[in-house]
Design a protein around this ligand. Structure first.
Ligand code: 4AD
Ligand code: MG
Length: 430
């Protein structure tokens, strides 16, 4: 019976054949332990000299790392393995012999591994991270579909900037200049006025010269946008969504979390509601924590966010930032226009800002005023103004960074391991 590693539980006591690769191997004169992987999982194959032909045992002993093979054997339960099953091998058929696979079981430096990312993805830890990434994507679609949101795909080539012009990738669009999208938000606002509650999931690009554990040049963002919802209601959606992601990972990625040695008790605490503190309160908290020279009006950096997060064991919303330091489209607090109706969601354990969101300006005149202040001239932004001209409504939305969320939930230090082929300040290869 041809099957895959994730299905062997259905074949206990039966003989199966699995297309696989040899991840690692240990052998003595009488027995060989093959660590096999097939993409769906990892399983140990045990080859006992006394039970197989001489040729097969020789093949097992001499097989090289990452050679591909069809392995045939009987599935047995094995309580000692984290996976729970192993294979008593009866036969092996080599498909292709790998010679001198560069990533050996010894320790390698990060740059070496990054240069071999196309192969590094095969390793157990990377496999676990990609499975968790997939689970977060799957859970995202389920959450929004079950809550009445429509998926809308905003364009990647755009004529307008959503988040400030300094971080844009420029490209030629026939005889016009275009940019790679840094956020689909402006288009998602148009979509919300057509479809009510919408969400997007796609790549975004930031030509930011940041080289930190939280920054990618190309990253994937989930951007929900909701008509007839205010800032407060948006925060409720955010905490429900993030709690759902954490629970989905706990429920469906037990083996992967074990492989990554993730502290699951920390994940279990991620349950709505999340605490909220205002920017003003955050400034006071930072002063108490020894950041003496932080002043009202300054943006927070990673050390500030980490210090604030340390006071909470759940993600925390920092709300109502100064209008000056936030994007042009955010709605000022009607009672206090020097701050905007916005929030950043800061993850615990130093993972930083996971979500940025806000209520949007819905008043045409105020938006025109913002255009002037931010010098948003030209045709590229005309359509966005028209959303305020024809049946404008209160609306809010947010953007969740996929890779930062994967890093946090999987307990991975650096975002470069949470995307298959990271684009970093110094890396476009492979
Ligand atoms: O806070 P940001 O810039 O917000 C927006 O782009 C809004 N237009 C979203 C919206 O309201 N629809 O980015 C949102 C999130 C951040 O909180 C962070 O998780 C992630 O995107 N992010 C990055 N992730 C990796 N590398 C980078 N360089 C990132 N920049 C932002
Ligand atoms: Mg932000």
């Amino acid at each position: 019976m041809k099957t895959t590693i994730d299905q062997v539980k259905n074949y206990v006591g039966k003989e199966v054949t699995i297309g696989s690769w040899l991840a690692n191997k240990r052998s003595s004169g009488k027995i060989a332990f093959l660590q096999l992987r097939d993409g769906t999982g990892f399983i140990q194959g045990v080859v006992v000299k006394a039970d197989v032909s001489e040729d097969i045992f020789k093949l097992a002993k001499n097989m090289t790392q990452e050679s591909s093979l069809y392995v045939t054997g009987t599935v047995v339960e094995d309580s000692r393995s984290p996976f729970g099953y192993e294979l008593q091998v009866s036969s092996l058929e080599i498909i292709h012999e790998a010679v001198d696979y560069p990533i050996t079981p010894k320790e390698h430096g990060t740059e070496f591994l990054m240069d071999h990312r196309h192969l590094w993805l095969r390793s157990k830890k990377q496999h676990a991270i990609m499975k968790i990434r997939n689970e977060i994507i799957r859970a995202t679609y389920t959450f929004f579909n079950e809550n009445g949101y429509i998926k809308v795909d905003p364009p990647i080539l755009t004529g307008s900037a959503a988040e400030g012009t300094t971080e844009l990738f420029h490209t030629q669009y026939f005889d016009e200049e275009a940019y790679l999208s840094q956020s689909g938000q402006l288009y998602m606002e148009a979509a919300a006025m057509a479809l009510g509650k919408v969400f997007s999931f796609g790549p975004t690009f930031r030509a930011e010269k940041s080289k930190t554990r939280r920054h990618l040049i190309e990253f994937w963002m989930i951007e929900p946008e909701m008509a007839f919802m205010d800032h407060e209601e948006s925060l409720e959606v955010q905490e429900q969504y993030v709690s759902y992601l954490a629970q989905s990972v706990i429920d469906n990625c037990a083996l992967e979390l074990k492989t990554l040695e993730r502290d699951i008790d920390k994940l279990k605490k991620i349950q709505a509601p999340f605490p909220r503190i205002s920017y003003d309160e955050a400034i006071d908290l930072l002063k108490e924590k020894g950041f003496d020279d932080i002043e009202w009006g300054e943006d927070f950096g990673a050390p500030h966010e980490t210090a604030i997060a340390e006071s909470f064991d759940k993600p925390v919303f920092i709300t109502n930032y100064p209008t000056e330091i936030k994007a042009f489209y955010m709605k000022p607090d009607p009672d206090r226009p020097e701050v905007v109706l916005c929030a950043d969601l800061i993850a615990p354990e130093g993972y930083g800002e996971i979500i940025g969101g806000s209520q949007r300006i819905d008043d045409l005149e105020l938006m025109k005023q913002r255009y002037e202040e931010h010098q948003l001239t030209g045709d590229a932004y005309q359509w966005y103004l028209e959303l305020r001209q024809y049946g404008s409504v209160p609306h809010a939305g947010f953007g969740l960074g996929l890779e930062r969320t994967v890093a946090w939930l999987a307990g991975v230090e650096h975002v470069r391991e949470t995307i298959p082929f990271p684009r970093l300040l110094n890396r476009l290869y492979p």
